[in-house]
Design a protein around this ligand. Sequence first.
Ligand code: 13P
Length: 255
Amino acid sequence: MAAARRPFFCGNWKLNGSIAESLALATDVRNGVSSLRDVDVAVAPSFTALYAVAKRLEDGPVTVAAQDCFWEEKGAFTGEVAPSQLADAGCKHVIIGHSERRQLFGELDAAVNLKARAALRAGLAPIICVGETLAERDAGETMGRVQAQVDAALTDIDHASLERVVIAYEPVWAIGTGRNATPAQAQEVHHFIRSRIAGRAPAVAPRLRILYGGSMKPDNARALMAEADVDGGLVGGASLSAESFVRLVKEGSAT
Ligand code: 13P
């Protein structure tokens, strides 16, 4: 990771946890990272726990992310949650376009872009997920797929807003499989993403944080973070225990 960028680790808790369990985990994470100075840490609980967790963490260094949002502000959209409602609940970030949303819920690139722009309008920092499937990697289509996802997600986002965007490269074949991308594989795609962004916003690209996600663990975080363009992690399974997430954050921010 380049010194210009602060490492950022976000625990994506996915569909896990009661309010009480989320509060306990958030509190343990906060206590575990409170002495660390040179790293940003966030947790992303389920919608039902967002407000309680944000309240619990409001004085501490750990911030709160939502796992998804809608792009409209209000209206007849049963079941949807607006970015301004997430900000009202205490969120600072929102994960957008996670591969599970894309694969299981049919979310398209155009929706990812609408959500990212709506999040930015509400003052949230979107964490935009991109990444290829195993079939796409095997067919040599990794860069093409990632380029299409990045370009679509960032359409009509101006340079000032781009400063607040975080990209997460999450190869689908590495999510929840225990098989992480090698540091070199991650670096190749992270570098490609940064070059792609430099093409449209040369001043922003060196400051934009690109996180890696996909079986990131305490014992591989340091090697991944040693790569020049890997700036942090979007962490699933290893963020569900405070002990492993705190260890991962310490390992990852120690380089
Ligand atoms: P795992 O860390 O469980 O592989 O999940 C990664 C992920 O999807 C984070 O958003």
